[in-house]
Design a protein around this ligand. Structure first.
Ligand code: NDP
Length: 246
């Protein structure tokens, strides 16, 4: 089965990569169920996709709350009667030097970027195992491969995701459940807004505006990973702006 007709659930769909991916997949005939905390941008996305003839529904979700994620996945499954892809994409990047001791930011980063993905897996894996098919996708990062100053905790969350997603691949691949990481370098989105340190926040914003990939470039990678035959597992796609060194 190609992407056409597949039921795809996306977290972090109120902006950036998640929103662009929802539009791209809907254009290719997927049936979308999208979530994030803010209801209005989700509703705007639903309106845009439906106006273009796409199939989409939404429900607010806070990925830091297991009950919220479970309700979200359950609603998606009830809405369409199947789950082909769960794309755990929501993330934050509250970068700062460790010396600033922003413990609350560190906790939030692990809660959203790591526990949010694990809650998605916990909610959807039993459904996929009953179906006998499915695919998990997570937005990792080049920060899951390289470490830079000020990104210790963010990189820690993305390194952790690589461990989780590759173990999931090994455990569930034999049961025809695929696991894919999409790992972008700089992308021009709203992610800079989650950077806690003011100076760094502006630097990230400027760098992403100057060289960043478009969210649609990342959406193309997601489309490719979903669209492959079921016996082809795309473990990871790492994509950077051509001019980005690491
Ligand atoms: P955006 O800030 O544009 O989007 C982040 C999304 O995550 C929003 O939809 C936001 O929605 C959602 N989100 C944040 N916290 C929560 C939460 N607690 N519960 C539910 N949703 C939440 O950034 P991007 O599109 O860039 O980020 C998407 C992913 O891409 C992240 O995992 C990020 O780490 C990763 N990434 C981004 C790169 C970049 O350069 N931009 C590079 C590499 C990876 P809301 O606020 O409405 O909840």
């Amino acid at each position: 089965m190609s992407v056409k007709g597949k039921v795809v659930v996306i977290t972090g769909a109120s902006s950036g990569i998640g929103a662009a991916t929802a539009k791209k997949l809907a254009d290719h005939g997927a049936r979308l169920f999208v979530g994030a905390r803010h209801a209005q941008p989700l509703q705007d996305l639903v309106t845009t996709v439906q106006a273009a003839g796409g199939t989409i529904a939404s429900q607010p979700v806070d990925v830091t709350q297991e009950t919220s994620v479970k309700a979200f996945i359950t609603a998606a499954h009830a809405h369409y009667g199947r789950l082909d892809v769960v794309y755990n994409n929501a993330g934050i990047m509250p970068n700062s030097p460790l010396s600033e001791g922003r413990v609350a930011d560190w906790e939030a980063a692990f809660q959203v970027n790591v526990m949010g993905v694990l809650y998605g897996i916990a909610a959807a894996l039993p459904i996929m195992k009953r179906q006998g098919f499915g695919q998990f996708i997570a937005t990792d990062s080049n920060a899951g491969h390289v470490i830079n100053p000020n990104a210790a905790v963010y990189a820690g969350t993305k390194f952790a995701l690589r461990a989780i997603m590759d173990a999931l691949r090994q455990e569930e691949g034999p049961h025809m459940i695929r696991s894919t990481m999409i790992s972008p370098g700089n992308v021009t989105t709203n992610l800079w807004q989650s950077v806690g340190n003011t100076g760094l926040r502006q630097a990230v914003r400027q760098r992403e505006a100057a060289i960043g990939l478009r969210p649609e470039d990342v959406a193309n990678a997601v489309l490719y990973a979903i669209d492959q035959p079921e016996d082809v597992g795309i473990d990871e796609i790492l994509l950077r702006p051509t001019v980005q060194q690491n």
